[in-house]
Design a protein around this ligand. Structure first.
Ligand SMILES: *[C@@H]1O[C@H](CO)[C@@H](O)[C@H](O)[C@H]1NC(C)=O
Ligand SMILES: *[C@@H]1O[C@H](CO)[C@@H](O)[C@H](O)[C@H]1NC(C)=O
Ligand SMILES: *[C@@H]1O[C@H](CO)[C@@H](O)[C@H](O)[C@H]1NC(C)=O
Length: 248
């Protein structure tokens, strides 16, 4: 099991390394369908999921985060839980576009799965038939990296880890569980970092989640000009170019 998960991460990362060069912001980065079971068409679960999705599309954009659960039918097995999170610099209208697209896309990719997760540059959406709020998601992670190598990996890796560790601390102290920052590299280059957690986590768990992701830097993006470790509860990104939206 552990082996096949690692393989999945590896194989998909490999594919993504190629995708990353051709994809645009509006395409999903990645998704997983859960294997917790299927629902049937026109079932109470389906109707609860649709209600949940509509409420998240409505309530997420104003703050960039929404969570909720839905069980119109009083039946334990039909309850669905979900959340949506937009990247911290994304405007309410872009957030709404992204969450709408994400919920539509995951339903077409995992049509009858009781759970799933999908990531975009601007947002993530996940849903499940079990209550996951406040718990760090340890499975369903993926890596992305820039194919270009840096010229001085040991200094670069050190600076990257140092910046991201500071941003993990900073994000955990921000009510939005989000932080960005930059440091100077040699010549006029800069390193741009971002950390973010889903807001169902406590401050301490946000820090724990990010520290665990940062510990994967070596596996993910050792000596690479850019990289991300992305999970269901937190993610980081670093690049040597600015990627945040300028208008915000
Ligand atoms: C769920 O549906 C998928 C196809 O959408 C199918 O491959 C899978 O076997 C089903 N799983 C269960 C537990 O019925
Ligand atoms: C980066 O380094 C790896 C390992 O040394 C090498 O295989 C790869 O071709 C390099 N990538 C580029 C873009 O030069
Ligand atoms: C959102 O998540 C928190 C846990 O962080 C939970 O206490 C709360 O009930 C959830 N909200 C909804 C509407 O489900």
């Amino acid at each position: 099991m552990a082996f096949s998960k690692l393989m999945t991460i590896f194989l998909y990362s490999f594919t993504l390394a190629f995708l990353i060069q051709t994809s645009f912001g509006a395409d999903p980065l990645f998704h997983f369908c859960s294997n917790s079971g299927n629902f049937t068409a026109n079932s109470p679960y389906e109707s609860n999921l649709k209600t949940l999705i509509n409420s998240l599309i409505y309530k997420t954009p104003s703050t960039g985060f929404g969570n909720g659960s839905s069980s119109l039918v009083q039946n334990q097995n039909q309850q669905t839980y979900g959340l949506a999170l937009c990247r911290g610099d994304v405007s309410p209208s872009e957030c709404k576009t992204c969450v709408s697209e994400a919920t539509k896309e995951i339903q077409s990719r995992c049509p009858y799965n009781k759970g799933g997760i999908i990531w975009y540059d601007y947002c993530l959406f996940k849903y499940s038939d079990t209550d996951f709020f406040g718990k760090i998601a340890k499975t369903n992670r993926f890596y992305m990296w820039n194919l270009n190598n840096v010229s001085d990996p040991s200094t670069f890796n050190y600076k990257t880890k140092d910046l991201l560790s500071q941003l993990a601390q900073k994000a955990s102290m921000n009510p939005k569980l989000y932080a960005t920052g930059e440091v100077k590299l040699e010549e006029s280059k800069k390193l741009y970092g971002l950390t973010q957690c889903t807001r169902d986590l406590s401050s301490a768990d946000c820090k724990n989640c990010l520290d665990a992701a940062i510990n994967e830097l070596r596996n993910c993006c050792d000596g690479k000009e850019g990289g991300r470790v992305v999970g269901g509860s937190c993610n980081f990104r670093y690049e040597i170019y600015p990627y945040l939206l300028k208008s915000n």
